[in-house]
Design a protein around this ligand. Structure first.
Ligand SMILES: [Zn+2]
Length: 310
């Protein structure tokens, strides 16, 4: 992971010798051009009494304090990967690798900020529909042969993952992806439309029916009342914002393929991405930053390519 990030962005992680809360938690200092920029704490293995799931947590944020002194950023990446033992290392499934790349995408977004105002530095103040852009951008690399072959090998024989196995991983990811995508579009459009006014129960049904005419391949039975249980947009904080999942995918797929097409480790766009997107945190709108990076508006066709549709 660290070698990959160094080759992609020119950032270096150096292990810090310090005693942390658990013997399997580690910390690393992040250097850019030999200058100390941030610290990351990694606590990746599952253990009893640890909260489940995986997340990045921003601890300190890069800014200038009231005295005008620079405060460096720090962040945690916490996961629940299989525990290592005296005889086995922690063996990650491919899913786990994707998770690690995802959370590291959030982490470097926070850690590489050079913004001086705390409230809009790192992941602070980034618009809702762009927060997942850096995480999804990085997780896309977990399917690239060039990247996987850097570390994905049999832990005993050291045999490196084969092209045919990588191909299967990609194809299983893309299996039925078009069906998944139109379903997400149905949810997103419904969410936006239903928040356009105060509608009666019947009107809500009509809105949903009209969207389904455009998006559904399989006819939904009439007794289905999905709209009454769409908790995500009522209790989940996503009201009129469900589309943000897909939108972040559009941004990340677009930049990702610019990097892939330029040659991952020779990519100018990757370095620019770090200089423009990661450095600016929430200090500018992502729309503005994206245009600065790509010199154009986002292109949705790259998302289709990512899903094996085009
Ligand atoms: Zn995320």
């Amino acid at each position: 992971m660290f070698t990959f990030l160094d080759k992609l962005f020119g950032i270096e992680f150096r292990k810090v010798e310090e005693k942390l809360w658990h013997e399997k938690a580690f910390s690393y200092d992040l250097y850019v051009a030999d200058k100390l920029r941030a610290r990351i704490y990694l606590d990746l293995e599952a253990r009893e009494s640890k909260r489940g799931g995986a997340w990045m947590h921003n601890y300190q944020t890069h800014c200038l304090n009231e005295e005008g002194e620079e405060q460096l950023a720090s962040a945690f990446v916490v996961c629940n990967f299989p525990a290592s033992s005296d005889t086995n290392p922690s063996l990650l499934r491919h899913d786990d690798v994707v998770t690690l790349f995802h959370e590291m995408g959030h982490a470097i977004h926070h850690l590489l900020s050079s913004v001086q105002e705390n409230e809009v530095s790192g992941v602070n103040g980034v618009e809702w529909d762009a927060v997942e852009f850096p995480s999804q951008f990085l997780e896309n690399f977990a399917y690239e042969p060039q990247v996987l072959k850097m570390f994905a090998s049999h832990y005993k024989t050291k045999e490196i993952i084969s092209d045919s196995m990588i191909d299967k991983l990609v194809r299983s990811k893309n299996f039925l992806s078009a069906m998944g995508m139109i379903r997400q579009l149905e949810f997103s459009i419904f969410d936006l439309k239903v928040h356009n006014g105060a509608y009666s129960q019947n009107e809500v049904q009509e809105i949903l029916d009209s969207i389904r005419k455009e998006t559904s391949l399989i006819k939904t039975p009439e007794y289905n009342k999905f709209q009454n249980g769409f908790a995500h947009i009522f209790a989940g904080g996503y009201a009129a914002g469900y589309y943000s999942y897909k939108w972040a995918e559009v941004l990340s797929a677009d930049v990702f393929y610019s990097v892939v097409d330029e040659g991952i480790f020779d990519s100018r766009t990757a370095k620019e991405y770090s200089n423009i997107i990661l450095k600016s945190g929430g200090a500018k709108s992502m729309q503005e930053l994206f245009k600065e990076l790509m010199s154009r508006d986002p292109d949705t066709s790259k998302l289709l390519r990512l899903n094996g549709i085009s």
